[in-house]
Design a protein around this ligand. Sequence first.
Ligand SMILES: Cc1cc2nc3c(=O)[nH]c(=O)nc-3n(C[C@H](O)[C@H](O)[C@H](O)COP(=O)(O)O)c2cc1C
Length: 203
Amino acid sequence: MDKRFTILQIDSSARMENSVSRKLTAQLTQQLASQHTYAIVKERILSDMIFLSEAMVEGMFTPIEKRTPEQIESLHFSDFLVEELKQADALVIGLPNYNFGIPASLKAYIDLITRSNVTFKHTAEGFFGLLPDKPVYIVITSGSTALYGPKDFISDYMKFILSFIGLNNVTFIDASKVHTDRDGIINNALQAIGQIELNMLAM
Ligand SMILES: Cc1cc2nc3c(=O)[nH]c(=O)nc-3n(C[C@H](O)[C@H](O)[C@H](O)COP(=O)(O)O)c2cc1C
């Protein structure tokens, strides 16, 4: 019997209606869901993100039994996001290039899920990611900056930070340079999505 399969979709475009990345992540999520009898789709809304506070940072680096009530309380949302991430079987991320970086809302999310001794740990051999590995699909959009080109500062960063917390199985869907030929870029990306076979690792 097919087991439940949870897809966590995380869109970081500020646009709701005219977003290229949202259009593509919706298609990708639908395709992944259609491959499973018991697919569950969860959406993480990034406009809910908060920035790290002093209590959160101090709490993150204090052993649980020594945390103050304020520190414990301040980390509830971060704990929830980490748990949600652990439970997911696949991630679908929509990532527009904003000012040669990732959107601030996505960075705020990353700051909440990158937790010492929770999603990564430091060992004598170096850092070690603690999340159970799962496929991560990232749709990258941009106006004119080419994915993997000399001004692309986001794909390497995403690959690195995800592997830092244990997610080593990242696939990029290229929807960059939409200002050159929006329809053509979207069609190529839809074709690439159509060819994605869900990685057996998560099944
Ligand atoms: C605030 C902002 C900053 C942007 N900065 C860049 C950039 O540095 N390089 C680039 O190629 N495109 C840039 N763009 C263009 C977007 O990446 C492009 O419009 C993309 O389609 C946005 O994704 P979306 O359609 O899902 O919203 C920027 C757009 C916005 C709104």
